[in-house]
Design a protein around this ligand. Structure first.
Ligand code: NAG
Ligand code: NAG
Ligand code: NAG
Ligand code: NAG
Length: 657
């Protein structure tokens, strides 16, 4: 068994792990609207029957914080919609692509994940803007043709396509022209280049307008006014030792450690040759938290935490400048981060119960879905590759996608034997040394109504006096059920046909009698009591109750005949046997013995004797038919002696020759 499940596990792991992705595009700034029906687009309506399709429930898996609250999916219909107007320039400012990657989780009866990418399409809703409206600059009258002034650059929050595309110059365009240098980090340096010699005596100031246009159609623009004042002085431009610096650092590099030192030279001597170093504007904006440069010696240090998982290379554009703000040199520093196996795979159980567990029914078939887990290792290369195992005789793990696994059952369950399992998933990465992590999943086995209620005794016995309902209690029956909850919640009942005679308390199991019973009709009654649980469907247990009715002396005796006619010969001696009378009643034997006697009021009582036990009648004297041929006797049958107040019966005795 153990070996077999291991083999299955390997086979499943090697299976195909690809899933399709649904992609949609939404315009930014559109009012909230329906995007699409995910269930139908994923063709789940073709995959499942209409019944199952209608039961599917859709939820969104982890949505990164910055995209939260933008999209929602209807749990039952699977309709994905936007919740609010989406401002792409808030969530992805100046980014080329703005894609919200969603995992739609589909549940009941099967769990599955549909990957959905929603691309937010940019609108050209931002114009280029400059930090200030007016800039004051100076230029010496001795400036050579080609002398430059650095101008501010414009910014635009839209995506690069709708971002700043080009600049134009208006105003004194006979004297100045624009020169635009694109730096390796994508930032631009805009310089105003002198086209004709200046003569401060002729004209001591110029005004130009720098206009930035974006890529929209129609294009939006922003502008800055530059006033140039004419002065005098001059110097040399600095130059870096290297066009490009390359350096490789470890990802666990400590803050403030040195990455590299860049150096530039300036032909000028003295204060004019003193250089300052800085990052170009885009580099500073993007990476100023991670790196800093010493402005006097060009030493670059790490100031933040390098993370290979976030970025494996960083490209810095570094500028060197002498005293003249318009003499700039640039170089590029490419920093490669070496990955360390510093992350163990992270195991996450998706969609657990509130207490972190998952559950399956005890009647679940082998191969049924139990839980969905996501495993991620942010390390790169082999350091980020992992495999997961699960050693359990009831569960196996199946890989769905590169980072998605499901746990399925590999055996049956019996909650009455084991209520819950601790399932251990171990994921080990392929780094050197390898890092592993262990996830514990508590699987609770849910009760099913698979046990009948059982009575503690198969048969109960009770007794009841006949004719008496003053103490109706007969017996308390008790049943138990190995299930739990409502599946084990028992109600007691009687079969329909005895419910007029008996009653059972559905909760306590107390059996009582409702009407007096008659021993003479029935000595013993056997009925069935039922224990019914509250499961769906309910199960029933049965026990017999045997009720003995105790006799009470409540019946009157009767003689075997209403009149007896006996004959006896005359002239026989006294104590001659005449014949016998019999009396009986319906009570049981103990109440069925009578004392028989001759009523003293009978006319002939002096002539006859009666055996009080046997009922045999004897003569007490010699009889003479000629004297009297018929004698009338009344015979009594009594329970006690004397008196016999109860019941009597008349018998006639006649004697003749
Ligand atoms: C740029 O400006 C010049 C004059 O300043 C003008 O002639 C030219 O048409 C402009 N270019 C565009 C594309 O607007
Ligand atoms: C920059 O380097 C100079 C010379 O090595 C040193 O004196 C100065 O303290 C450094 N500046 C900073 C901010 O570390
Ligand atoms: C058992 O069922 C009765 C009747 O439906 C209900 O009142 C009672 O609360 C239940 N007991 C338990 C323990 O669930
Ligand atoms: C059931 O019978 C038992 C035993 O006579 C008694 O203690 C109990 O109170 C009865 N319960 C009910 C609900 O009548």
């Amino acid at each position: 068994m153990e070996q077999l499940s291991g083999m299955i596990f390997l086979l499943l792991l090697a299976g195909p792990v690809c899933g399709e992705k649904l992609t949609y595009t939404v315009r930014e700034e559109n009012p909230p609207a329906v995007i699409s029906n995910i269930g139908e687009d994923a063709e789940l309506d073709k995959k499942y029957s209409a019944d199952v399709f209608a039961q599917l429930r859709y939820t969104l898996g982890d949505v990164p914080a910055k995209y939260q609250g933008l999209l929602t999916i209807d749990e039952t219909s699977g309709i994905l919609r936007t919740v609010q107007r989406i401002d792409r320039d808030m969530i992805c400012p100046s980014e080329k692509q703005c894609v919200i990657a969603l995992q739609v989780q589909v549940k009941s009866p099967h769990f599955q994940i549909i990957l959905v990418d929603v691309t937010i399409e940019d609108l050209n809703d931002n114009a280029p803007w400059f930090p200030t409206a007016v800039v004051q600059r100076t230029m010496t009258e001795a400036s050579l043709l080609g002398a430059t002034l650095t101008l501010p650059t414009a910014d635009d929050l839209d995506s690069p396509a709708f971002g700043v595309q080009w600049y134009n110059l208006t105003g004194s365009t006979d004297t100045f022209e624009l020169k635009i240098r694109r730096l390796s980090d994508g930032s631009v340096i805009i310089t105003l280049v002198l086209k004709e010699r200046l003569d401060r005596e002729k004209k001591d100031s110029y005004t130009v307008q720098l206009i930035a246009f974006d890529g929209g159609s129609p294009s939006k623009s922003g502008s800055v006014t530059i006033n140039v004042q004419v002065l005098d002085v001059n110097d040399n431009n600095p130059q870096f030792d290297e066009q490009t610096y390359r350096v490789s650092v470890k990802e666990n590099m400590r803050s403030n450690s040195r990455v590299i030192q860049v150096r530039a030279h300036d032909a000028d001597i003295g204060p004019n040759g003193a250089l300052t170093y800085r990052f170009a504007s885009k580099t500073k904006k993007a990476l100023g938290d991670l790196f800093s440069i010493n402005d006097t010696n060009g030493e670059i240090v790490v100031t933040g935490k390098l993370d290979y998982e976030e970025s494996s290379t960083y490209t810095l554009t570094v500028l060197a400048q002498d005293k003249n703000p318009d003499s700039l040199a640039q170089t590029t520093v490419i920093i490669t981060v070496q990955d360390l196996n510093d992350n163990a795979p992270k195991i996450k159980l998706n969609d657990p119960e509130a207490d972190g567990s998952v559950h399956v029914s005890e009647l679940t078939e082998t191969g049924s879905f139990v839980a969905h887990i996501t495993v991620r290792d942010p390390d790169g290369g082999v350091n980020g590759m992992f495999s997961c195992t699960l050693n359990h005789d009831h569960f196996t793990i199946v890989q769905l996608y590169e980072t998605e696994f499901k746990i399925v059952t590999s055996a049956g369950f019996n909650r009455e034997v084991t209520e819950s399992y601790d399932v251990e998933v171990v994921c080990l990465d392929k780094g050197e040394p390898p890092l592993s992590s262990t996830g514990h999943i508590t699987v609770n086995i849910m009760d099913e109504n698979d046990h009948n209620p059982r009575f503690r005794q198969p048969t109960y016995r009770a007794t009841i006096w006949e004719n008496d309902v003053s103490k109706p209690f007969l017996v308390m029956v008790e049943a138990f059920d190995e299930d739990v909850g409502e599946n084990a919640n028992i109600s007691y009942r009687l079969e329909e046909e005895v419910s007029g005679i008996f009653n059972i308390d559905s909760i306590s199991g107390n059996l009582t009698v409702k009407v007096p019973l008659d021993y003479e009709q029935v000595h013993r009654i056997q009925i069935n009591v039922l224990a019914v649980d509250h499961g769906e469907p309910a199960l029933t247990g049965t026990a017999a109750v045997i009720i003995d009715v105790i006799d009470v002396d409540d019946e009157d005796p009767t003689f075997s005949q209403k009149h007896y006619m006996f004959e006896v010969a005359e002239n026989e001696p006294s104590d001659t046997r005449v014949d016998q009378v019999f009396a009986a009643d319906a009570d049981s034997a103990q109440f069925n013995k009578f004392i028989l006697s001759i009523d003293r009021d009978s006319e002939a009582h002096a002539a006859f004797a009666l055996d009080s036990n046997s009922g045999v009648i004897y003569t007490r004297k010699m009889l003479d038919r000629e004297e009297q041929d018929v004698h009338q006797l009344t015979v009594l049958a009594c329970q006690r002696w004397p008196p016999c107040s109860y019941q009597h019966h008349v018998s006639v005795c006649e004697s003749n020759r």
